[in-house]
Design a protein around this ligand. Structure first.
Ligand SMILES: [Zn+2]
Length: 125
């Protein structure tokens, strides 16, 4: 049963989801802080001879950082939606996201149909 005023996810589950989102957010903050520190150290010790190797390491770190930043941003958005009382609604079509999906992916802001649509579009484009 969906109560528009209470949102899609019931209060107890919402608290649980919020807690796990906040924990994950903290983890990512720590990891991102480590990455920024490593990058700083590498910049200092790097010399011309190591450049080729450093370059691929840098690339790896940047892509890792991108993934984590993307997840971090999604968590931030999910937390804002919890505050707004819109959490659990798809940002694309406005339909409730299945609670089962939210339990597996607490930072999901799209329903499965919209998410798959976006992923299909990416593959084709
Ligand atoms: Zn949707």
């Amino acid at each position: 049963m969906v109560d528009a005023k209470k949102g899609v996810v019931s209060g107890k589950n919402l608290e649980h989801i919020k807690k796990s989102l906040l924990e994950r957010k903290k983890e990512l903050e720590d990891q991102l802080a480590d990455l920024y520190q490593m990058k700083g150290v590498m910049g200092e010790v790097q010399d011309a001879g190591d450049q080729a190797q450093s370059l691929s390491l840098e690339t790896l770190k940047i892509s890792l950082q991108d993934n984590e930043m993307a997840e971090y941003n999604m968590i931030g958005q999910a937390l804002r939606m919890i505050e707004d009382g819109t959490y659990g609604m798809c940002i694309e079509c406005g339909q409730p996201i299945a609670e089962r999906r939210l339990k597996s992916y607490p930072n999901a802001t799209r329903c499965l149909i919209c998410q798959e649509g976006i992923e299909d579009g990416r593959r084709e484009g």
